[in-house]
Design a protein around this ligand. Sequence first.
Ligand SMILES: *Cc1c(COP(=O)(O)O)cnc(C)c1O
Length: 398
Amino acid sequence: MSLAQGRHYLAIPGPSVVPDRVLNAMHRPAPNIYTGGLHALTHSLFPDLCRLAGTSHTAVIYIANGHGAWEAALSNTLCRGDRVLVLSTGRFANGWGLIAQGMGIEVQTLDFGLRAAADPAKLAQALAEDPDHAIKAVLVVQVDTASGVRNDIRALRTALDETGHPALLMVDCIASMGVERFEMDAWGVDVAVTGSQKGLMLPPGLGFVFYNDRADRARDRADCVTAYWDWRSRTNPEIYYQYFCGTPPTHHLFGLRESLDMIAEEGLEHVWTRHQILAHAVWEACEAWGAEGPLEMNIADRARRSHAVTSLRLSAPHGTELREWLTENAGVTLGIGIGMVAPEDPDWHRFFRIGHMGHVNAHMVLGTLASIDAGLKALSLPHGSGALEAASRVVAQV
Ligand SMILES: *Cc1c(COP(=O)(O)O)cnc(C)c1O
């Protein structure tokens, strides 16, 4: 019998849950875009965005999803024919590389597979093999939302520094900003990108790019840049119109003001720690289930697992069956697996993901885990015991 009535929980790794406070902030008539409160509100966003990214440099907002932010970062820094080095750790760094390719940028890929983080030693080696500095930028995701891996950005920066290679370090924080610790300036990141629909708890529609002075110097020679993506006209514009190169994303801006306030009220350190503890609860449960039967975490190394999303492997077709069981019977929807095998491969149905980013708390995560536990039992899928006990101990912090 279905027990899915009540508030449905979309536990996919983006778009994430939009808090009622954000929804309410957006629920208003269209504001005047030419003068008044919207302008002051817009000005107030940039310092808070910079704080979120750990930078004293520059933030720009685009009306775009993450793919748009990818393109913005590339177009302001590169020329047609330039080479970028993509550190592939799943679907998403590759996706950034494909956007680059489409812009006429040459893409070199270091492939670390679907179950491991980027290895700084291999990056150092690839840079050492580029004495003429043909590589203009290194593209990497902090969290790959497909594989669930978290790359060590600071260690990758060290590899760049130790080889003395001048390539820009560009980091996709779309799944991780406002979820995982990220310190753009302290870690030596030149360009960071994120989107509105994950850690920032908004609907999709805003893309954010953060850039430092080195990246802005690259803008001097970048011939990929076009009027819409140009970050210069959007930075300290003379007229409000230039912030968004057209009509501002009015309601998203009210929502963003609210979500940034929520993060500030909780405290960014607390936000990061909350995600870390909730992720540990998920891992404890998954490891207990996996002690018997086919369930397996995609990333074995705890130190390299994301706090935003957990990527899991089951037997086919049971990953899909479990997801469907949870939606129909428990009122919680898990994420599909992506980028692991081709969608027409029967093994596609092995994979699923649990999103735990943004507006999530202990009962949402524990409820999701208990629902998975029930689903494994209802579908008679073999699994180890003690998962919920283990997760609840993490939440109890004992
Ligand atoms: C979600 C996501 C993207 C893509 O964002 P869109 O808004 O779908 O374009 C890119 N990179 C990472 C790491 C993501 O999690």
